[in-house]
Design a protein around this ligand. Sequence first.
Ligand code: GLN
Length: 237
Amino acid sequence: MSTEALRIVWIYPDLLSTYGDRGNMLILARRAADRGIPVETYEVRSDQPMPHTADIYLIGGGEDGPQALAAQRLITDGGLHQAVAQGAAVLAICAGYQLFGHSFYAKGAKCAGLGLLDITSDRGETRAVGELRGDIDPRLGLPPLTGFENHGGRTHLGASAAPLARVTAGIGNDGQTEGAWAGKILGTYSHGPALARNPALADLLLRWATGADRLAPLDDTWADRLRGERLAAPTPA
Ligand code: GLN
C-alpha cells in the first residue's frame, strides 16, 4: 500500500455485498479524486489477511450466515482492530454495522461482535423494510439522511456511541434513532447506495480520513434533488 494515496479498503465483498455496497467505495474514490486527492482502493476477501494501514474501511450488508462468518474472521484476523486503534475511518452498513458492536443475532444465535462500537443488536419482532429517513446529529452538520433499510435486528446504543440520526421515517435502530457514530466510526442501517444518496456522509469520511476541515464543494444537484423528493414524500405507514 502506498503512503501518499488515500487507501480505501472494502471488507469482504465475497460475504457482505448484498446491496450494491461497492457503490460506496466508488463514490468515495470519485469524490476524493475530484478534489485531486490520490486514491487507492482494495477489495479484501474473507480468505485474505486484513491490512491495518488503510485510511478508510467499508463493510456492507448481508444475510445472517455471511454476517456471522465475517465477524468470526475479523475477530481472528485482528487487522481491523489495529486499523481502528490507529485512527482509521469506517463506514459500516447494516450487517456490518451490527457486527461492529458487542454482540448481534444471526440465524437465531447470539454472536460475538468486534466490540469496536458501543452497541448491541438483538432480534426484532418484525423485519424493518423500506424507506428510512432521519435528522443527523447536529454536531456532524449534515443534511437529513434518506435511504432504504432491510433488517431483522434492532440495535441499542451504549454510553460511548451517539445516534447518527433521529428517525423521521422507518425504524433504524429501534424506531427512535438510526445508526451510530463514535470517533471516526460511522454505522448506519441505510443500505448499499447510502453514499450515493447521501454524499455529505462520504465527505464526512473523507474529512475524517484526511484531517481536512473542509473539502471543495462538488455538484450534488442530483443527490440533493432526490433527497428533496424523498423528504417531501408521504411518510410510509
Ligand atoms: N442479518 C442482519 C439482520 O437481518 C443484517 C441484514 C442486512 O444487512 N440487511 O438484521
